[in-house]
Design a protein around this ligand. Structure first.
Ligand code: UDP
Ligand code: MG
Length: 311
């Protein structure tokens, strides 16, 4: 049995060596083979140098370093890592020590002893973020589960271990706009969720600010649901019916009761409201169109500038 540890690294110069040392320590008594697949996602700091140093010096460890030509994002890094992994089991784990390598052993144990599961995913047992962030995230999960055909487990992380079958299915999903939580759910298979305690980041800072997360959430919705596209139809139907009813009221008032039509302010407000809704809906259509456009170019998900591999 062989395990591949897929580690996306973007500006993690102060973490990769510690991550490697801690993992080797946690794995010192394991009976299976394991390899590291480090993906340098276009880091602008010394991450690549540190990874090359590990590759050169730690000759007793099976290390692969895939280095991107620029920053393609964590989703692309995960894809590249899985593509280059040769293990029977594959683990996705961050380089910043927020996810303990010991948990990977727990996951392997579950996969080995409970063969009905193909994948073990960790979710944060307890959130260590502020209440605004927690509220925002739980709102997002409710929304996407309502809108899309995939069912996302709230708080599930990318920290997971799965077998070859799952890995091959993920590689098959070669879409450009990748939303891995959705991909994991879409491919099916049996997943067991285990709680884990997220650790403090060792060094450096998170790449996910609030605005980036909002963008990511919207990407996730458009990647796995086409319901927002019908929004214009529904709003259009409702406002048309309302307009017809109102028109009849106005005509009846004029013909039978001779009421003069007033309401300058109402007209202005309605024009602005409907104009706003129209632009909003065009924007939604535009965002789907742009994704279709990019996908139709069939660009690669990542470009590797350099790959260091043993043998
Ligand atoms: N990461 C990456 N490319 C990116 C952003 C992040 O490969 O564009 C990696 C990063 O190096 C880390 C993991 O993805 O190993 C998770 O990133 P981060 O710790 O910033 O996210 P958080 O843990 O705060 O969700
Ligand atoms: Mg992190």
């Amino acid at each position: 049995m062989k395990l591949s540890l897929v580690v996306p690294c973007y500006n993690e110069q102060d973490n990769v060596e510690l991550f490697f040392a801690e993992t080797v320590k946690a794995f010192q008594n394991v009976k299976f083979e394991y390899e590291f697949i480090f993906v340098n996602d276009g880091s602008s700091d010394k991450t690549l140098e540190k990874l090359k140093k590990l590759y050169k010096e730690k000759t007793e460890s099976d290390i692969t370093v895939v280095s991107f030509s620029r920053n393609f994002g964590k989703e692309s890094a995960i894809y590249a890592g899985i593509k280059n992994a040769s293990g029977d089991y594959i683990s996705l784990i961050d380089a910043d020590m927020q996810q303990r390598p010991e948990v990977v052993l727990e996951m392997i144990d579950i996969l080995e002893t409970e063969p009905e599961y193909d994948c073990v995913a960790a979710y944060q047992g307890e959130r260590k973020e502020g209440s605004v962030m927690t509220g925002f995230k739980s709102g997002f999960y409710k929304l996407i589960n309502k809108l899309s055909e995939v069912e996302l487990k709230a708080d599930a992380s990318d920290f997971r271990t799965f077998n070859r079958g799952v890995a091959d299915a993920i590689i098959e999903m070669s879409e450009y706009h990748r939303f891995s939580k959705g991909i994991f759910s879409w491919i099916g298979f049996n997943t067991k969720y285990i709680p884990y305690e997220v650790q403090e980041r060792n060094a450096g800072e998170t790449k996910w600010g609030f605005t980036k997360l909002v963008k990511y959430a919207l990407e996730g919705i458009s990647a796995f649901s086409t319901k927002p596209l019908s929004l214009a139809t529904y709003i259009g139907m409702i406002s048309s019916v309302a307009a017809i009813i109102y028109l009849i009221v106005v005509i009846v008032q004029k013909l039978f009761f001779d009421v003069a039509v007033t309401g300058y302010a109402t007209i202005v407000a309605l024009i602005l409201l409907l104009g706003g809704i129209q632009l909003f809906c065009i924007g939604i259509i535009g965002s789907y169109l742009s994704k279709t456009y990019i996908q139709s170019k069939n660009r690669p998900i990542y470009i590797a500038k350099e790959i260091l591999k043993r043998k």
